[in-house]
Design a protein around this ligand. Sequence first.
Ligand code: BYC
Length: 471
Amino acid sequence: MTAIDYGERIPNNVDLASDRRLQRALESWQPKFLQWWQETGPAFPVQNVYLRTAVDAGREGWAHFDHVALPDYRWGIFLAERDPDRVIGFGQHRGEPAWQHVPGEFRSELRRLIVVQGDTEPASVEQQRQLGATAPSLYDLRNLFQVNVEEGRHLWAMVYLLHAYFGRDGRDEAEALLMRRSGDADQPRILGAFNEPTPDWLSFFMFTYFTDRDGKFQLGTLRESGFDPLARTCAFMLREESHHMFVGTTGVDRVVERTAQLMEEHDTDDIAAHGGVPLSMLQRYLTFHYSVSLDLFGGETSTNVAAYFTAGLKGRWAEDTRGDDHVLVDSAAEVDAVVDGRCSSIEVPAVIGLNHDLRNRYIADCESGVARWNRILAEHGIDTPLGLPHRAFNRRVGAFSASHVTPDGEVIPEPDWRSHEAQWLPTAADRAHVASLMHPVLEPGRIAGWLAPPKTGINDKPFDYEYVRLA
Ligand code: BYC
């Protein structure tokens, strides 16, 4: 294993220096990346930020914290350690040595998976570009920038694979990753949720809870890949990703906490006038972000996912804990479907239903978040809990996309659904209220009035630490 060399123009632990052609190709992509970062990355000017930088791909002491000027952040290529004995864990090649090169017959599928994964990373940076200007504290501003630089690094992770293993096509795809833009009418990002705006910090916390969590689960399936460089890249990305989950989980925690405090203090549900986010509004934001994130798992039945699994390219979440044959040729599974006008399920070959399998794991994880937010509410004596809507609600992709389904899972005519939409999904008035709360609070130790301060700081620093030095 090569240690991470920060003496190189592109820090890496893949011994880039030994492959001059690849190094040159990546060095010519680097200024285009920096230009993209300049144009679409964080717009809020700061002097420097207390950031975590990866210094080792091993388990212990892998990160280093220091104040860094954002343009000087060292984006690099870090793969988790290689296990020379690793074998493919699923599909028709189960038991064969993991591939160190791209098998010719799976080239386009593998490239597609890497491109889709890669496309989400810059998209999220673009979506969050303007948030710095309304940060509720220096602590939060620092976390935003940390998430942004790491999503930028995750783009590097995918671009490395494209350049190193896919020749000319890979280099073209790497260029295209810098050309598409979140929300652009002509060149949008590939997946739906990555074209939705993230205009305020409540959306940011919901995004990092629900949408980054899709990232956790998708990366978990790619970590199982028979293509070893992809598996190793994703293993390392997942380590960074856990901080993004933390930002979402504790971000929503803190909004819920503050909402509950204001409800108690003023003895009313209607805390909008007191500078808080009312529970009903929180519920609508939660419902929106959850439902668009469910779409990110693709259709309930998919021949794409069957092909990925059978080929050994994309496994299941926690593949090695599954008590079946890991090939699934003769297995069946129940997946969600609309049957006779109702939300129900149908039996399909298991390989066709693997998006559903992954979505189920994701839903269980999301339920744990809701349970923790409800515990916070209960601690304040509030017994109107938050909840996840039915999985069929507000779907644009898959079995339910043609139906209009209530948050309770009832299929209803479209006009009825439309007449209730404002109860279920964020309204223009909700967005205007949340926007009205977004005033920057940028003195160390201070916090905006619509969320509680964090329980602990970053890397053992106190909350009032100067996490960001302003320009
Ligand atoms: N929007 O066969 P189907 C992250 C397309 S997030 C638009 O049902 P499949 C992160 C689909 O591409 C994780 N299009 O689906 C989070 C297909 O098009 P083609 C990102 C969609 O292929 C926060 C067609 O519809 N990683 O890391 O089985 C911040 C039929 O689809 C959508 C991955 O997604 C949609 N929502 O599964 C930063 C992993 N859904 O091929 C980062 C890699 C489907 O017919 N990607 N379509 O033209 C995949 O595994 C699969 O591409 C998907 C879709 C799971 C996305």
